[in-house]
Design a protein around this ligand. Structure first.
Ligand code: AHR
Length: 319
């Protein structure tokens, strides 16, 4: 009975969309980083280009605000909902509400932890475990080239607690460094993906006994914004970030390219925020009744001090 009702509701939504413009509700999680700003611009800009009506909300990094936004999109009868979940658990009840109303949900950028994958149509975004692995592999190569072996002390700036990119970037990175007994994470704390908190966490790391003892200081941040905040903290404490540490971030935002070009940071792993075109291709496909792939990953690279300066103008033109 539940399934039949959901099917009927879905049919009604598709017929409505066929009769006029497509309406999308996008429950953005916040504006915590430069990456997120670029992502929001991509989602808004592409909707305008295609004449899609976008109802956009900003949850300010709070799950309860995202849930309220989804419920309001359901009440308004949008055609499709886009959701980058701030954390990965606790979504099943509201996703079920959307399913029962026959409104398809696309997970855009972050995944959810659920055993029922019928609750969303597709996930579109990055492979965060792979990003963590890329950061670890770059580090191992760099340490071997510099010192002949992969050893050192890692100070880890973790993303938002419980968020898929924080969990997976840690996992992928740890998987790689686990093969090198002399390479260990000695401090690990959340900076919530923001520049301000990244700076605060780094200030605390600098005062710790682990920092005092560390022979090869490595800073691994789950995003560039936290790393840029950490670089500020290092400079204010009289530490030369480029000379005295090895610093790796994730996102590949233009400000990170600039920090690398200035010799303050060493590497950034790309996470593509410009998923607007793929997202609306999928929305239009759903409304047209096409078959939709369950997972669509972005193609991403790694950029370091060999290439960042030359690529900075290109990066600035993107995000
Ligand atoms: O979910 C993607 C992550 O969220 C980006 O790496 C980070 O900058 C953002 O806050």
């Amino acid at each position: 009975m539940r399934k039949a009702l959901a099917l009927l509701a879905a049919l009604a939504v598709s017929l409505g969309a066929m009769a006029g413009e497509i309406t999308v509700g996008f429950a953005q999680l916040g504006a915590e980083s430069m990456w997120r700003t670029a992502n929001t611009d991509s989602i808004k800009g592409e909707a305008a280009k295609r004449g899609i009506k976008l109802i956009f909300s900003d949850a300010q990094q709070k799950q309860e605000n995202q849930i309220k936004a989804i419920q309001s999109f359901i009440a308004q009868g949008v055609d499709v909902i886009g959701l980058p979940p701030v954390v990965n658990s606790g979504w099943e009840p509201v996703l079920r509400e959307a399913q029962e109303a026959g409104i398809p949900v696309i997970l855009a950028d972050r995944t959810v932890d659920t055993s029922d994958d019928s609750l969303y149509v597709s996930f579109i975004g990055s492979n965060f475990i792979e990003e963590g692995r890329s950061a670890g592999k770059w580090l191992v190569r760099e340490l071997k080239a510099k010192y002949g072996e992969a050893r050192g002390e890692v100070f880890e700036l973790v993303g938002t607690v419980g968020a898929a990119p924080a969990i997976d970037r840690k996992k992928g990175f740890e998987e790689v460094i686990a093969q090198y007994p002399g390479l260990n994470i000695v401090k690990s704390q959340s900076g919530d993906f923001t520049r301000a908190k990244g700076k605060e966490v780094m200030e605390a790391f600098i005062k710790s006994p682990e920092w005092e003892k560390a022979k090869t200081k490595i800073i691994y941040g789950h995003n560039d914004d936290m790393v840029l905040g950490a670089i500020q903290a290092l400079e204010e404490a009289g530490v030369n970030p480029g000379q005295e540490c090895l610093i790796i971030g994730v996102d590949a935002i233009a400000d990170a390219f600039e920090a690398i070009a200035q010799g303050k940071m060493h590497c950034t792993v790309e996470c593509n925020p410009l998923i607007g075109p793929q997202f609306y291709d999928m929305v239009e496909g759903i409304v047209a009744g096409k078959e939709i792939p369950k997972v669509v990953y972005s193609n991403e690279g790694t950029y370091d001090y060999y290439c960042a300066a030359a690529l900075l103008p290109w990066r600035r033109s993107l995000y």
